[in-house]
Write a protein that binds this ligand. Structure first.
Ligand code: SAM
Ligand code: SF4
Length: 355
């Protein structure tokens, strides 16, 4: 069989849903450049077949940029003393949740640095108020917490959690997240799944020292963890971190990893990440055409938004209405529609039926 016949056969195998070995995944990531379009088309067809043509929205509130961790890649790291820190009050968070509800978006994502100021009790109070005052489904993205916190958050009414595994490489993890333990993060992910959370994981692409072999392990980890949502974003260097100057101006590998994630996991929710939109003006559209089916517009109040400075170049400002109108235009330009239902892998009744 010629090399091009082998590549064609591999793409057919991946699209058909047959099990992919680690070698297959590495080969997909290493396909010659002239196969990129075919890989994205295959992932796009699988996306359409498995999760439909519609795009689901989650409105994100980045409510605190304080962080007790020191991840080498992130502008919110504790060691970044130049960052002006903020914490949104409970009322500010609730007001913003109401704005999200008014746009018709069904899900709010509460994200922050690892900030113990928001105790178990405070987070529960927030969850209960949002549940009482709105119809929003609540996703948390607070980093690692005590395993008991997860249970209490679930009981309070938050049923989705995003916690990227970041990288499957033990060495890279140890280097990039000093003082943190990869096994603890995996334990958190397993616990979230056990408790019944719709659980999101994911990685960054373009990290220093990362190889296609490591990325294949990332993809296998997403599959093994049986993730419901997968966030795949390019690493973007922040000038005030130890990784300053490590440029990653190529979105190609991120799109490939995203496409392979769709081919491998079939019916997961995969967002077109803000980091992709930041790195490339068409990044969001390209991701939506390479397997993604979710967009997470940022509703953090403008007075705080620029201070949630994970990486430079985030530009998504404007009112809630502006954000939705712009998204609608983007989505219509590629012949897709926004769906204002919750887009659960378990069906839209998940929120009511899991108890
Ligand atoms: N603190 C929580 C955590 O780490 O899970 C949630 C907030 S954290 C800012 C959200 C995500 O930002 C992380 O999962 C990481 O993948 C991403 N991130 C951090 N620094 C980044 C960078 N320089 N480039 C791209 N993504 C980055
Ligand atoms: Fe903190 Fe999350 Fe940034 Fe790490 S990635 S420094 S845990 S906000």
């Amino acid at each position: 069989m010629s090399i091009s016949d082998k590549n064609d056969a591999l793409l057919i195998k991946a699209e058909s849903g047959r099990d992919l070995s680690r070698e297959d995944i590495i080969a997909l990531l290493k396909l010659p450049g002239n196969y990129s379009a075919a890989l994205y088309f295959a992932a796009d067809r699988v996306r359409k077949q498995e999760v439909g043509n519609e795009i689901f929205l989650r409105g994100i509130i980045e409510f605190s940029n304080y962080c007790e961790s020191n991840c080498l890649y992130c502008g919110l790291r504790k060691g970044n003393s130049g960052l002006s820190r903020y914490r949104m009050s409970e009322d500010e968070i609730i007001d913003t949740a109401h704005q999200i509800q008014e746009t018709g978006i069904p899900t709010v994502v509460l994200q922050s640095g690892e900030d113990s100021f928001y105790s178990q009790e405070t987070v529960c109070r927030l969850i209960k108020r949002i549940r009482k005052e709105t119809d929003l489904i609540i996703t948390l993205s607070l980093g690692e917490r005590d395993l008991n916190d997860f249970k209490v958050f679930y009981q309070a009414g938050a049923h989705r959690y995003l916690l990227k595994h970041e990288t499957a490489s033990t060495e890279l993890y140890k280097y990039l997240r000093p003082g943190c333990n990869q096994q603890s993060r995996i334990q958190c992910l397993r616990r979230l799944k056990e408790l019944g959370f719709e659980t999101g994981t994911g990685n960054m692409v373009g990290l220093p020292g990362q190889t296609p072999e490591i990325l294949a392990n990332d993809l296998l980890a997403m599959k093994i963890l049986n993730a419901d949502m997968i966030g795949i974003g390019p690493f973007i260097a922040h000038p005030d971190t130890p990784l300053a100057g490590i440029d990653n101006d190529d979105i190609e590998m991120t799109l490939r990893v995203l496409a392979v994630a769709r081919l491998l996991t079939r019916n997961t929710n995969i967002p077109a990440t803000t980091a992709l939109a930041t790195l490339h003006p068409q990044g969001r559209i390209l991701a939506l055409q390479a397997g993604a089916n979710v967009v997470m517009p940022d509703f953090t109040p403008n007075m705080y938004k620029s201070r949630y400075d994970i990486y430079p170049g985030r530009t998504d400002t404007g009112t809630a209405k502006d954000i939705i109108e712009k998204l609608k235009m983007d989505v219509h330009s590629i012949g897709r529609e926004i769906n204002f239902s919750a887009g659960s892998r378990f069906g839209n009744q998940h929120q009511d039926t899991v108890h």
